[in-house]
Design a protein around this ligand. Structure first.
Ligand code: TYD
Ligand code: MG
Length: 460
């Protein structure tokens, strides 16, 4: 009997019986590659001969998952208070963003608390890892190192003696297991290797962090299939030109997914940034048209960030709309509301919107700040440098209340801002205290206010 072969899409993991140019699963071209079929799970069990197990009632003593702090506060904030025993995390990020640096620092911090930490590199030699640790001032940390890629060897080694508290696998794409016949880096290999490591984590109680590379379009390459298998998916983000790095939980079975950890890449490794607002506002262009400060919330933490807009006459038939750090469909909506309800004509203008510092905002509360920045740029009217903005804009042009107004206002006051432009309801919630609150009922009112500033500036 001939051996059965399957063609697996390297993008989405869909299996096909024959080769074809386009994957039917995800529509990508030229992503199918020939791989040996997976063996059926479980060692040769006959059907109908299952082991009996006891079912338990849902009601019962719930246990808080035992956790181990990583020793890095910003990391623990994202995981939800430390590593849960037996859990597996996937850390994704662009090459060179600092994944290895973060994890060797976490391993060293954990080892410093007398926890057994192991770092396995499939990409770099032990000497290279040592060199990095030396640069970080961690060469004396009791972390155990190895440069290995065979999953069987790794599990056999780790099972000997004391089970480590934390195992870092850098990266999952370099791992291979001899239970499947495909080449390392293929979906089948990555999935089988991850499965074996996850099984080891669950059995032994060790926490495993798998590093995963990210492709240009932001997907964790190959191991997208792994995302479903692990307990948490963290993504490490940042922009090449900026020193800020943001750690974000995309999925988290044991904690929140809206908290971010903020780091700064320095010459001697990653430094935690406990007060990110100061960092994101540090390079602000005061008094320039087109910039507004948004008082946001990331998880439980208020965060002030600058939103920059440029609205310029377009020479193109279809004007450009470009946005970095915010949802493009949200921008379209704000532009449509400005056109429909505020008499702002943008059809002949290119529009660029950028969230400073490489941060990515997901909150609708940023609508008001984005609109303020856009109108400020169009009217060439600088916004007051001591003001922050927050509020959601509805399709009718009304400014709607958002959550945690008091926390936003408090953060603005702490950073020396004197006023906040807010939805009506926020006034009652936050109360006039440290800073002056100006409420706006509709976007049209804000636009009129900014346009008047522009005229005054032009007349002066
Ligand atoms: P690295 O952790 O190797 O990235 P990844 O594992 O995500 O590919 O980090 C590589 C980059 O970080 C490299 O461009 C150099 C820079 N870096 C610093 O700026 N300071 C440091 O202390 C270290 C160790 C690296
Ligand atoms: Mg690396």
């Amino acid at each position: 009997m001939s051996k059965r072969l399957t063609f697996i899409c390297q993008n989405c993991g869909a299996a096909h019986g024959r080769w074809q140019g386009k994957c039917e699963g995800c529509g990508e071209w030229n992503t199918l590659s020939e791989e040996g079929a997976d063996r059926p799970a479980g060692p040769g069990r006959k059907p109908g001969k299952g082991r009996l197990f006891a079912l338990e009632p849902l009601a019962g003593a719930a246990q808080e998952a035992p956790r181990t702090g990583s020793g890095i506060g910003e990391f623990d904030r994202v995981t939800g208070g430390g590593f849960v025993r037996g859990s597996v995390l996937l850390l994704g990020g662009d090459p060179g963003i600092g994944k290895s640096t973060l994890l060797i620092q976490a391993a060293a911090a954990l080892a410093g608390h007398r926890q057994h930490a192991v770092y396995i590199s499939g990409e770099e030699a032990v000497a290279q890892v040592r060199l990095r640790a030396e640069r970080l001032g961690l060469s004396q940390a009791p972390v155990q190192l190895a440069a290995e890629t065979s999953v069987e060897d790794i599990i056999a080694t780790l099972s000997e003696g004391k089970i480590p508290r934390l195992v870092v696998i850098d990266s999952i794409q370099t791992m291979w297991t001899d239970t499947v016949e495909s080449a390392p880096g293929t979906v089948t290999q990555v999935r089988a290797s991850a499965q074996a490591l996850i099984r080891f984590a669950k059995k032994s109680g060790a926490t495993i962090i798998l590093v995963g590379h990210v492709t240009k379009d932001g997907q964790i390459a190959g191991p997208r299939v792994v995302e479903h298998m692990v307990d948490a998916v963290l993504s490490f983000e940042g922009e090449g030109s900026h020193q800020f790095r943001i750690l974000r939980a995309v999925k988290n079975r044991f904690g929140p997914t809206d908290e971010i950890g903020v780091f700064e890449m320095t010459g001697t490794g990653l430094r935690e940034v406990a007060n990110p607002s100061e960092l994101f506002l540090s390079e602000r262009d005061l008094g320039q048209p087109g910039t507004a400060v948004f008082a946001g919330i990331e998880g439980t933490r208020p965060l002030l960030v600058e939103i920059q807009a440029l609205v310029a006459p377009s020479s193109l038939g279809t004007p450009r709309r470009a946005v970095v750090g915010w949802d493009p469909s949200r921008l379209s909506m704000v532009l449509a509301v400005l056109e429909a309800h505020c008499g702002v004509r943008l059809g002949g203008h290119d529009v660029y919107l950028n969230v400073a510092g490489g941060l990515r905002i997901n909150e609708p509360a940023a609508d008001l700040a984005a609109a303020a920045a856009l109108v400020s740029s169009l009217a060439n009217a600088p916004l007051p440098a001591d003001a922050v903005y927050f509020g959601e804009v509805s399709l009718s042009g009304a400014v709607r209340p958002v959550a945690q107004a008091a926390a936003r206002v408090k953060e603005a006051a702490k950073l020396g801002f004197a006023r906040a432009i807010v939805p009506e309801a926020a006034r009652a919630e936050a109360g006039d205290g440290a800073i002056k609150l100006t409420d706006v009922a509709s976007l049209a009112a804000l636009v009129a206010d900014i346009a008047a500033r522009g005229k005054r500036a032009a007349a002066a």
